[in-house]
Structure formats: structure tokens, C-alpha cells
Design a protein around this ligand. Structure first.
Ligand SMILES: CC(C)(COP(=O)(O)OP(=O)(O)OC[C@H]1O[C@@H](n2cnc3c(N)ncnc32)[C@H](O)[C@@H]1OP(=O)(O)O)[C@@H](O)C(=O)NCCC(=O)NCCS
Length: 140
């Protein structure tokens, strides 16, 4: 099977959104609607990627930065294609782009109950921040 890695463009959006809906642990929100993803991809050009098997989306990563730090979201791989290095490849592509843009550190948010993801991030060299909690504020 040949997997293609492509920058995530709006032409992929409908397929990606459907793919995300099947990944129960992702934590989808209004932030993932078409208008918001369009704005995100415009603000963070060619930093997010999709893994394709033909035209089928089998993996995603959203990546961007705020000028100081990189942030990664929605790393997800189709259940039938896990443990083949696809997530690692997507992360390497995103990190290379963030590095090119001057970022020296990158963060990711992981739901506390997502032990599978926590194990994955630890295994691939990411460090848990026990000195930080995330706090959020609803603007609207
Ligand atoms: C976590 C996830 C993205 C991993 O994707 P994947 O394509 O299977 O990962 P890879 O094949 O690239 O694995 C890279 C390395 O991590 C290891 N690995 C993969 N899943 C692992 C896990 N759950 N725990 C520990 N190590 C893991 C692989 O064995 C491989 O190790 P190696 O480089 O030493 O050989 C995938 O399980 C997934 O989509 N989970 C559901 C969505 C999710 O939770 N996303 C994260 C949100 S924060």
C-alpha cells in the first residue's frame, strides 16, 4: 500500500471531517467547522497534513504556531492503519515546518483519560508537563 502525505487543503475538508467523526477520542468542537478550519489553514500555511490511501483519508495532523510556540492538534490514524509509522511521519512533517518557521518547542493537549495517546507521546519523546494545568475562557 502506498501512502501519500499531503499538506491539508480545504479540498480535503469534507473527507477529513468525516474521518475525525469516527475517531471517538478526538474531542471535536465548533473549532473544527469549515469556516474555522479554513481560517486555521490560512493562518498556518502548509503546516497541517493528511495521510491518504488513494483518495481515502487515513491520518491527519493540524499544526500551527502563535509566533512563540508550536501547537499540534488532531493527530489521528485510521484504526486499520495504526502502528505503521504513519503518525510519526505526519508529526515529523509538521515539526519540520514549525522548525523552519523558527519554533523551538511545540505543545499538545491530551485528554487525561486518553491513556493510549499519553503512552504514544511518551514513547515518541514528548514530556508530560506536571507544572501546568490548562484553563479556558468562553469569549462568546
Ligand atoms: C496515537 C496514534 C495517533 C498513534 O498512531 P500510529 O500511526 O499507530 O503511531 P506510529 O505507528 O507512528 O507509532 C510511532 C511509534 O509509537 C509507538 N506507538 C504507537 N502507538 C502507541 C501507543 N498507544 N503506546 C505506546 N507506543 C505507541 C509505535 O510502536 C512506534 O514506536 P517505534 O518508533 O519505537 O517503532 C493512534 O493510536 C490514534 O490515532 N489514536 C486515536 C487518536 C488519538 O488519541 N490521537 C492523539 C490525540 S492527543
Amino acid at each position: 500500500m502506498k501512502i501519500d502525505y499531503k499538506p491539508f487543503k480545504m479540498k480535503h475538508y469534507e473527507r477529513v471531517y468525516e474521518f475525525w467523526q469516527n475517531i471517538k477520542v478526538l474531542g471535536m468542537s465548533e473549532a473544527d467547522n469549515k469556516e474555522n478550519i479554513k481560517r486555521y489553514l490560512k493562518k498556518n500555511r502548509n503546516s497541517s497534513f493528511v495521510a491518504l490511501n488513494g483518495s481515502e483519508v487515513i491520518g491527519t495532523i493540524l499544526a500551527g504556531h502563535d509566533g512563540r510556540r508550536g501547537y499540534i492538534h488532531h493527530v489521528a490514524i485510521d484504526e486499520n492503519h495504526r502502528k505503521k509509522g504513519i503518525a510519526k511521519n505526519l508529526i515529523n512533517l509538521a515539526i519540520a515546518k514549525l522548525k523552519k518557521e523558527g519554533m523551538v518547542k511545540c505543545h499538545i493537549f491530551v485528554f487525561k483519560e486518553n491513556k493510549n495517546a499519553k503512552n504514544f507521546w511518551s514513547h515518541t519523546g514528548w514530556t508530560e508537563r506536571t507544572d501546568l494545568d490548562v484553563m479556558s475562557y468562553n469569549i462568546i
